[in-house]
Design a protein around this ligand. Structure first.
Ligand SMILES: [Cu+2]
Length: 163
């Protein structure tokens, strides 16, 4: 076996391991998976959550809001770069989900912002939340707390693969 082939197999192994914990959720024709937050550092007030949202419907939908008892409030954010400085911005009106398209919330882009955590996000724990979609409705989900070193580039490397 050559090195490249071995690397490819190792990557698949990581991919499988990464999604083993990921519980999939479905509401209407919207499927949500790979929900995670990064473990918080001591004294850290806010935390960011990520997930993949797959809108299988033939019409667009929208993630209107996220609520959670784990934080004082929850906002939907994106990251914009101005003059070389990345800044978080609240997304007005929620995150658009085009028809038959997967939208990924991932570091450096869209994310769920948990503001003023009521308790630290501890590695291995889960964070309950409710997602509210414009058309599909509401669904209760759990975000998995991943170690601070979690690299989504590895476990989320399966691109547009359908589950
Ligand atoms: Cu943010």
């Amino acid at each position: 076996m050559n090195i490249r082939k071995f690397a490819a197999i190792a990557a698949i192994g990581l991919c499988t391991a990464g999604s083993a914990w990921a519980k999939d959720y479905k509401v209407g024709q919207v499927e949500i998976d790979d929900l995670w937050v990064r473990a918080s550092a001591p004294g850290q007030a806010n935390g960011a959550g990520y997930m993949d949202i797959d809108n299988d419907a033939k019409a667009p939908d929208r993630l209107l809001s996220v609520t959670s008892d784990a934080a004082e409030r929850v906002e939907l954010h994106t990251v914009q770069t101005e003059n070389g400085v990345s800044k978080m911005r609240q997304v007005e009106g929620g995150i658009a989900l085009p028809a038959d398209t997967e939208v990924k919330l991932s570091p450096g882009g869209y994310h769920v912002m948990f503001i003023k955590l009521k308790a630290p996000f501890k590695d291995g724990a889960t964070v309950p939340a409710t997602l509210k979609f414009e058309k599909a409705g509401e669904v209760a989900v759990q975000f998995k707390v991943m170690p601070a070193s979690h690299n989504p580039g590895m476990s989320h490397g399966h691109g547009g693969m359908k589950h």
